[in-house]
Design a protein around this ligand. Sequence first.
Ligand SMILES: Cc1cc2nc3c(=O)[nH]c(=O)nc-3n(C[C@H](O)[C@H](O)[C@H](O)COP(=O)(O)OP(=O)(O)OC[C@H]3O[C@@H](n4cnc5c(N)ncnc54)[C@H](O)[C@@H]3O)c2cc1C
Length: 313
Amino acid sequence: MHRGNTMNSRQQEKLTGLLARPVHWQCRLDRYTSFAIGGPADAVVKVESRLELQALLVFLLDEQIPWRVIGRGTNLLVRDEGFAGVVLLLDGEFKTVDRPSNQNVGSVIVRAGAGCSLRQLAYRCMEWGYSGVEFACGIPGTLGGAMIMNAGAWGSDMSAIVAGVVLMTADGEKRFDRRELDFSYRCWHGFAAHLGCAVVAEVELALQNGDPDMIRQQCEALQDRRKKMQRCTYPNAGSFFKNPANDSAGRLIDASGLKGLTIGGAMISAHHGNFLVNKGGATAEDVVRLMHVVRAKVKKDSGVDLEPEVHFI
Ligand SMILES: Cc1cc2nc3c(=O)[nH]c(=O)nc-3n(C[C@H](O)[C@H](O)[C@H](O)COP(=O)(O)OP(=O)(O)OC[C@H]3O[C@@H](n4cnc5c(N)ncnc54)[C@H](O)[C@@H]3O)c2cc1C
């Protein structure tokens, strides 16, 4: 589906001049999402430093150009028409994890760029003997995405380990302490007020000193359990719906006999009721239609209104 670039040539030239790396114009977003679905963005840019990001955010605000950050796109459904604006990918200094120089007995604060992957973060912490991130080692995606989603597993989530966050806007950067951040299940509520104007640039994590071998064993055990539970070969975005209180979306979908249901290229995984998958050539519209069918049937059968966990662009 082709949609013309909504940026004029002056804006395109200015954007190019602000960045060290080439801009990808009319860039399809399916390659940036784990669903492998999504039409083009006007531009996709890799941002290397806070300085570059700051200038970019000022430009985008001045020109009233919509923008959005994509981490690894593992919790995203991008519309078939794509995104009329600029997609930001955090690279360079946003991917670093700093080893703390001062350690209090028992605890430590680790600072990491929002663009680093949870896998890389968990690996670094394992190497250094810092415990707390083990639950996250099998969750795909970036630290920034994990903050927005309050990603979690095995009874823990990001809210349990975050000590502070640095947000960047066109006005500059600002640190928020954990006490100022309000999270709930798979949601950082407070971020809604910043959507479209702030980027999570850095995250501070409060971790415990531990034994690297024990941490490694714990990570491996959790990864093994994950592999057994999430046997899914088709592209997907993990759990599509949030679990309702005291129940599981997968169980409800299974109870409604929906596993395997297919619309176009989108299918409910035969292994996991809460995984909507792209079994080949699925459009975002296929997925959305399937989502509506699931919600209506589960509501009729169980009275539960399933809420999507996946974000939409
Ligand atoms: C196979 C599979 C298994 C999964 N298992 C789990 C699991 O066990 N637990 C769990 O919680 N999730 C799970 N997920 C979902 C997903 O991996 C997490 O939600 C993850 O934290 C998303 O990170 P991301 O970088 O891919 O974010 P994206 O999908 O790229 O983005 C998610 C949202 O955050 C915004 N965003 C991303 N980065 C920034 C930033 N730096 N600043 C501002 N906004 C930003 C995006 O605009 C979007 O709104 C799974 C997904 C898959 C595919």
